[in-house]
Structure formats: structure tokens, C-alpha cells
Write a protein that binds this ligand. Structure first.
Ligand SMILES: Cc1cc2nc3c(=O)[nH]c(=O)nc-3n(C[C@H](O)[C@H](O)[C@H](O)COP(=O)(O)O)c2cc1C
Length: 187
């Protein structure tokens, strides 16, 4: 008798940054490879890519309102954090990176991340202006997260940034994130 393999659940957080357009391709790659994907967005992220796009690509509702009146079996942020086999945040903004490092829970995404079970890994894919990335406060927060084995950081790449200058700040490419994500399950 054939045993059906359970699809892995990817909870994908999207922050407010230009590279969020690349996250659409990541969703497509994941769905094509039979992952179940649920997208949660910060309010800033919704100004860059419409939730409608992520909803269509993931074939699931998109979550961005902590106080939404849609009834679920469980409170939304708890059910989402329990649903995830892996959480990915791409792009991760400087703002959300620092909030996660301090356990701040002031929107749906940061609250869900804080509520994740301890053994659920979080793949962080930052993207930002080079000065932001190299800011000692941001670096201190990155190092704080790296020390906790729960968080895996894919550092930004070098290239022409959205602000038009060459520097270290580009989000890793969707194919790279996809490959890295799959390797996390093999470990
Ligand atoms: C056009 C534009 C591009 C931006 N790109 C980035 C970015 O790549 N990385 C980043 O950390 N912030 C970026 N920001 C600033 C964030 O959107 C802002 O800090 C916001 O508060 C982040 O909120 P969030 O962390 O809740 O998504 C950008 C803002 C604008 C207007």
C-alpha cells in the first residue's frame, strides 16, 4: 500500500521592501514543488505587492490583520504558528529584524514569529540598503538571532540596490532561498 507523504507547511512572512516582488517567484517555486504555503504580510508589505497576488500564487488566504474577524478554530496567530513546519521571512526588513530580535509583537507577523514552537526553525532573508545592513545596531541584532539556533540567516548579496548604488543589501535570489529551505528539512 502506498503511503501518502504529508506536504510540508511553509509560513512565509513578507516585509515592506522593494524585493518583495521576488518573493512571488519563491511562492511559485514552493507550490510547484508541493509545499503548502501561507503568506503573512506586514502592513508596509501590502504597499509593495497586493495580497491578492500572494493569495492567487499560494492558493491560500493571505494574513495581515491581527484583529481580523474571520473565525478560525483557534486564535489566528496561534493557529498559524502551530501550522508551520518552517517559517521564512523574505524580504526581512531592518525594522522587523530588530523587532524579532527583541520579541516585539506589534503586528500579526511579529506575533506569529514570537509564538512559534521552539523547535520550528525560522529562515531569515534580509534585504535593505547597505548602510542599514552595516549599521552596528542591526548587526548586533543579527548576531543575537544567529546565536539562537532557531534562526538561520541568509545574508544579503552584493549588487545594484533599489536605491541605485552598488552594495551589500540585495535579497538572495528565489532559487537560492528555495534550495536553502529544502536543505533545512534534510538536516
Ligand atoms: C520604496 C521603499 C523601499 C524600501 N525598501 C526597504 C528595504 O529593502 N529594506 C528595509 O529594511 N526597509 C525598506 N523600506 C522601509 C520599510 O518599508 C519601513 O522601514 C517599514 O516601516 C518596514 O515595516 P515592516 O518591517 O513592518 O515591513 C523601504 C521603504 C520604501 C518607501
Amino acid at each position: 500500500m502506498k503511503r501518502r507523504i504529508k506536504k510540508k507547511n511553509i509560513l512565509l512572512g513578507v516585509c515592506g521592501g522593494i524585493s518583495s516582488y521576488k518573493t512571488c517567484e519563491l511562492v511559485r517555486l514552493l507550490v510547484k514543488d508541493s509545499f503548502s504555503v501561507k503568506v503573512m504580510m506586514t502592513e508596509a508589505a501590502t504597499k509593495f505587492v497586493s495580497p491578492l497576488v500572494f493569495g492567487e500564487l499560494s492558493q491560500n488566504p493571505v494574513y495581515f490583520d491581527m484583529f481580523s474577524l474571520v473565525r478560525e478554530e483557534n486564535i489566528q496567530h496561534i493557529s498559524l504558528s502551530q501550522w508551520a513546519d518552517l517559517c521564512v521571512i523574505a524580504p526581512l526588513s531592518s525594522n522587523t529584524l530588530s523587532k524579532v530580535a527583541y520579541g516585539i509583537c506589534d503586528n500579526l507577523l511579529t506575533t506569529v514569529v514570537c509564538a512559534l514552537p521552539f523547535n520550528t526553525k525560522v529562515l531569515l532573508v534580509p534585504a535593505m540598503n547597505e548602510n542599514m545592513w552595516k549599521n552596528p545596531i542591526v548587526q548586533e541584532n543579527v548576531n543575537k538571532l544567529k546565536k539562537l539556533k532557531k534562526y538561520i540567516v541568509m545574508p544579503p548579496r552584493k549588487g545594484i540596490l533599489a536605491c541605485g548604488v552598488y552594495g551589500e543589501g540585495k535579497m538572495a535570489e528565489p532559487k537560492e532561498i528555495f534550495k536553502h529551505l529544502k536543505s533545512v528539512f534534510k538536516k
